[in-house]
Design a binder for this molecule. Structure first.
Ligand SMILES: Cc1cc2nc3c(=O)[nH]c(=O)nc-3n(C[C@H](O)[C@H](O)[C@H](O)COP(=O)(O)O)c2cc1C
Length: 139
């Protein structure tokens, strides 16, 4: 059964390019094998990730993610069945908080800070819809 899970977390320390490279490397390695797709954003110390795939596979990954010491305060924001994948082209796309995406983050924020923890599910879903349409993805 195909599901999506969206969660947010806070970086546990300052993460450098090597950390991000390691996270994306593991994602690309493991997600393709597990049939998981999705997108990951990092903005001002907050991760926001949407995972799609088989329910058991997504659950297994989420449990592994909870043990990762690079982030903390992990909270599920949205979870449910989906009729089809939206991020079928990426094993895990990363959206950085580059200047080009500033307006996009602010568009979905109720304050001047992008705060996924306080976003409702409708806003979250619209945010990921828009990510899909027109963001600049980092390699
Ligand atoms: C914010 C964040 C997102 C992550 N996303 C994924 C992911 O989508 N897939 C994955 O396999 N690991 C992901 N990881 C890394 C895992 O926590 C874990 O380190 C990794 O899966 C271990 O893989 P390995 O056993 O192949 O080294 C993520 C870590 C963080 C901090």
């Amino acid at each position: 059964m195909l599901i999506q899970l969206t969660y947010a977390s806070r970086t546990a320390r300052i993460l450098g390019p090597a950390d991000i490279k390691d996270i994306l490397g593991a994602s690309q390695r493991n997600n393709a094998r597990a049939g998981i797709t999705g997108a990951l954003c990092l903005n001002h110390g907050i991760f926001l990730q949407q995972l799609e795939g088989d329910r058991a596979a997504v659950n297994a990954l989420y449990h592994r993610l909870l043990k990762d010491s690079r982030h903390k305060d992990t909270a599920v924001l949205d979870f449910g069945e989906i009729p089809y994948r939206r991020f079928s082209n990426w094993s895990m796309g990363l959206l950085g908080s580059v200047e080009a995406n500033r307006q996009l983050f602010l568009k979905y924020s109720s304050s001047s800070e992008f705060d996924p923890f306080s976003m409702n599910t409708l806003t979250l879903r619209s945010f990921f819809d828009e990510i899909l349409q027109n963001v600049r993805w980092l390699e």
